[in-house]
Design a protein. Structure first.
Length: 294
């Protein structure tokens, strides 16, 4: 093989242009605002029908807030803490109230986190903020009628990465909390080995060092002991990299002796996949309900 063909590859068998294409959704979708509007409209409708506590502070920063949609009734409810996507640079919890309309009637509290987007904050700071939010929910469960022994986490796209980073957290070491406080995790269309991201165009705004991408790659921090079941996957029409990432993570998770399952969201692409969290008849929703036991 000629030397120029060898050095042309920057990651696996990808050239720089090919790797960038794998992680640049704008090259395939001219107007992602259409999907943002769909989520926003569905979330506005949900907020009109499901009572919620909006912008509850979990930290000192103005962006460190959560929306909480408690399940009705006197019995303490399980809770799903959702982390939104947006390539770490955009998006907001405002577009992710819609699943509450389906989960709350089943007796499950829906919580959506907000955090500081890049470049205003760093990727490591986002990870810390979402961990703080999970710890806050655990510590404040009584206030909102939650069962602190039934806390689940979920995320989509870069929120899937945040979800996985929360999953591999040493809660006892960092927060003095039980290491098994997360009872289940659902990560869709996320990134779990950030070496590819570090080598792609995305690092022009993430500004990750080699130590940064290793620190924030959940696949490198899978715990030796965990009883937490993981549901992980991607949309059928996600790129090859967005298939490889969850496939490699679930292999590593299961190889460590942990419970996990891969799911592919058929007939969906990267942006329509997130709507499955609010579709009661979708396999993703049903698997989440089975995980929670509702």
């Amino acid at each position: 093989m000629p030397q120029d063909e060898i050095t042309d590859k920057v990651f696996l068998d990808y050239t720089q242009e090919e790797l960038d294409w794998q992680y640049d959704h704008s090259k395939r979708f001219r107007d992602t605002g259409l999907f943002q509007k769909e989520r926003g409209d569905a979330s506005s409708a949900a907020q009109r029908t499901v009572k919620g506590f909006l912008n509850v502070q979990y930290g000192e920063d103005t962006r460190e807030v959560v929306d909480i949609f408690p399940a009705p009734g006197t019995k303490r409810s399980p809770a799903i803490i959702f982390m939104h996507g947006g390539a770490w640079t955009r998006g907001s919890k405002e577009g992710y109230s819609f699943p509450a309309a389906k989960f709350v009637p089943r007796g499950v509290t829906w919580i959506a986190t907000e955090f500081t987007n890049v470049p205003e904050g760093t990727l490591s700071n986002q990870v810390r903020q979402n961990r703080d939010a999970v710890a806050w929910v655990y510590n404040n469960a009584d206030t909102y009628g939650l069962d602190r022994n039934k806390i689940y986490i979920a995320g989509h796209s870069s929120g899937g990465h945040m979800c996985a980073m929360s999953l591999v957290t040493d809660w006892n070491k960092l927060y003095g909390l039980p290491n098994d406080l997360i009872k289940g995790a659902v990560a869709i269309s996320g990134m779990y080995d950030l070496e590819a991201v570090y080598l792609s165009y995305r690092n022009t705004y993430l500004n990750l060092s080699q130590s940064d991408w290793r620190e924030n790659s959940p696949i490198q921090h899978i715990p030796l002991v965990s009883d937490t079941p993981l549901l992980i996957g991607c949309a059928e029409h996600d790129t090859a990299e967005f298939h490889r990432q969850p496939e490699e993570f679930i292999k590593a998770w299961q190889a460590a002796g942990h419970k996990g399952e891969f799911i592919e969201l058929m007939d969906r692409h990267h942006f329509t996949g997130s709507m499955c969290f609010g579709e009661a008849e979708h396999p993703l929703f049903k698997k989440m309900c089975k995980m929670i036991g509702v």
